[in-house]
Design a protein around this ligand. Structure first.
Ligand SMILES: [Zn+2]
Length: 640
């Protein structure tokens, strides 16, 4: 989330008219059935209710997150919405970015919170959180009726006037997007029809508001972060079949950002990362709904470029929330303020879209990289979330406070940890794609087929899929053979080895008539390898299979201000300088096994003999309270 912009844009007298709503000139704007959504042969996720997590680290984290969401009282969530709409409230306000004086208030309480409880309800059957969501919707419905214009927010329309007038304002449309997305999630995942009605009113208000400005005025307003307004309006169009929301979505497009990407040019240096990834998700949805190939080209180029040229090894990007360098030049950028967690959340969302068009395993490899290394581990035992992901040596993880922070990353984290099931399996026609190795059950009721995935992955180097069906089912099951595995990967059906296997980095398609009790055993050997920091061939990170390995540099600080940030600040105060990267005596062209030792594959324990100490090394997601280092400074053997 970008900080409040102090740029004082040119004031325009025309803005005085900004709050006059367009009349309901409404064109007959119902989309014909063939204009909306072109799934063609696109892969689709399964309905969230068909997949459940089995015991394991993901379900543990899901439950921790649910307990945190359950701890937030509805009256406190609704407080600033009620005040804004003129309804009295005596609830104790939440603080941080939900403080009654903060210009982002409502982004979590009426936005991320609704998305998170909707996802938790659909993904895990959490009925308590569903009823919490319904209560919040009911309260919001009362607020929007009191306002009576379709507008709904926890702050008054005055902030939008400031945006129009070029006065300093944080990000009103960013917050508005979160609320609309939360409402749509409550409709789509829990069937709350009031939520859709409120979202439609908000969509119309937004279109009427921004639609009256000249192109130049609008483009100037869009320099202020607006989240995924384009995405949520496309989603609203897809749900309601009303083309007017597609028109509204186009009002939130910025040629200055999209055109270079369409020309396959990386002009991202200087841009705020998490302001821009959601715009591409919106473009991806435009492709899916309109079929306009340009949006797909933009999305694919952007994603490939960020992953290849701007990501750190953990599968996330940015320094001080920005792309501060030319591509492939991350040298000198390791800091506390790397890799804002929201960016990981949004990159993974985009990966799901691009994968659904291409069935290319590279996107699910990338998804796995981010999931295991930049999402797992970013929640503590109380459900509190990280903001930055420090990558300079000697730092540690810090988290938001329960009720005094409410960062953007608190919100996207609450959503992420509620929806681990959404990408494990996809389908195309009657085919099943097994994308991720997470213990879970897919219950495909219409087809009378249950697929149970049993695995201790990543402690276990592979997975087992068990078929349950009351009748023989002819079907192709596609299993991802990840890029990180070796040529020794193998698959057995009912204990018999398949003679052929797909190359690492692709899907193995297994076509047969499946019988009840059939099993697919997938062996995916992991090995050590290294990746250099782009732009510095003397700085390396070690990986084992999909796991980024980190040096345990000993106990981190115990003082709470370094651990839990009790405010809207996103970096602990009085942060010490980073340490030097731990040094290893090796060269970039050496094999990783020459400097990293696998002590226990099943326990995922490793070690590295550094310059003056032997470092214990473990998967990064297992680092909890310790100081750590992800990167190593290589010293040539001669110098050592
Ligand atoms: Zn964030």
């Amino acid at each position: 989330m970008i900080g409040l912009s102090r740029r004082n844009f040119l004031k325009t007298s025309a803005c005085a008219a900004s709050l006059h709503f367009l009349s309901e000139s409404a064109v007959a704007d119902v989309l014909s059935a063939d204009r909306i959504e072109h799934p063609a042969d696109r892969l689709q996720p399964f309905p969230l209710a068909s997949v459940r997590l089995a015991p394991g680290i993901f379900r543990d984290e899901e439950e921790v997150n649910a307990r945190y969401l359950d701890s937030l009282p509805v009256d406190r969530l609704l407080h600033t919405f009620r005040i804004t709409s003129g309804i009295s409230s005596s609830a104790t306000p939440l603080l941080g970015w939900e403080d009654p004086g903060c210009e982002l208030r409502g982004h979590f309480t009426g936005g991320h919170y609704l998305s998170a409880v909707a996802l938790a309800s659909a993904c895990s059957g959490n009925t308590v959180l569903k009823s919490r969501g319904d209560e919040v919707i009911s309260g919001l419905d009362t607020c929007r009726k009191k306002i009576g214009t379709g507008y709904l927010s926890a702050f008054p329309t005055e902030l939008f006037e400031h945006l129009a007038q070029g006065k300093p304002v944080w990000a009103p449309f960013y917050t508005y997007h979160k609320i609309m997305a939360g409402l749509l999630d409550m409709y789509l995942h829990t069937g709350n029809s009031d939520a859709l009605q409120i979202a439609e009113g908000m969509g119309q208000w937004a279109q009427d508001f921004i639609g009256i400005f000249s192109v130049d005025q609008r483009q100037r307003m869009l320099r202020t972060e607006y989240g995924g307004m384009n995405e949520v309006l496309v989603n609203l169009a897809a749900v309601t079949k009303k083309e007017r929301y597609l028109d509204a979505a186009r009002l939130f497009e910025q040629p200055g950002f999209l055109d270079p990407l369409a020309g396959r040019r990386d002009e991202m240096q200087g841009l705020h990362a998490n302001t821009h990834v959601p715009k591409i998700i919106g473009a991806a949805r435009m492709y899916e709904v309109t079929g306009d190939r340009r949006y797909r080209d933009i999305s694919e180029y952007f994603l490939a470029e960020v992953i290849a040229a701007r990501n750190y090894v953990i599968g996330n990007t940015s320094l001080d929330e920005h792309w501060t360098t030319p591509p492939n030049q991350l040298n000198g950028t390791l800091a506390w303020t790397n890799a804002e967690c929201c960016v990981a959340y949004n990159l993974m969302k985009l990966q799901r879209h691009v994968f659904s068009w291409t069935a290319d395993a590279r996107w699910m490899d990338a998804y796995e990289r981010t999931l295991f290394n930049c999402r797992l581990g970013t929640q503590n035992a109380k459900g509190l979330k990280q903001y930055f992901f420090p990558l300079a040596a000697g730092y540690w993880r810090a988290y938001n406070s329960p009720e005094e922070s409410f960062w953007c990353c608190t919100g996207t984290g609450a959503e992420e940890f509620a929806k681990f099931t959404d990408t494990i399996y996809f389908r195309r026609g009657s085919d099943i794609y097994v994308n991720q190795f997470i213990p879970s059950t897919l219950d495909w009721k219409e087809e009378g087929l249950i697929l149970e995935q049993v695995t201790q992955f990543p402690r276990e180097q592979g997975t087992t899929l068990k078929i349950k069906s009351s009748r023989p089912v002819p079907r192709t099951i596609h299993v991802r053979i990840p890029k990180w595995t070796t040529d020794d990967a193998q698959v057995k059906i009912n204990g018999r080895l398949l003679e052929a296997i797909a190359a690492p980095g692709s899907y193995l398609a297994i076509r047969r008539t499946w019988q009840d009790g059939d099993t697919i055993s997938v062996s995916l050997p992991m090995e050590l390898r290294q990746e250099m920091l782009p732009g510095d061939d003397s700085v390396a990170a070690a990986l084992y299979g999909p796991l980024v390995l980190a040096a345990d540099l000993g106990a981190g600080p115990t003082e709470e201000p370094f651990r839990i940030i009790h405010s809207g600040d996103t970096v602990p105060k009085n942060l010490p300088a980073a340490s030097s990267l731990p040094k290893v005596a090796t060269t970039p062209d050496a094999f990783t096994k020459q400097w990293v030792q696998v002590d226990s594959p099943s326990e995922l324990r490793f070690s590295v003999a550094g310059d003056n100490a032997k470092h214990q090394v473990m998967p990064l997601y297992q680092i909890r309270d310790q100081r750590y280092s992800v990167y190593w400074q290589m010293q040539s053997l001669k110098q050592s």
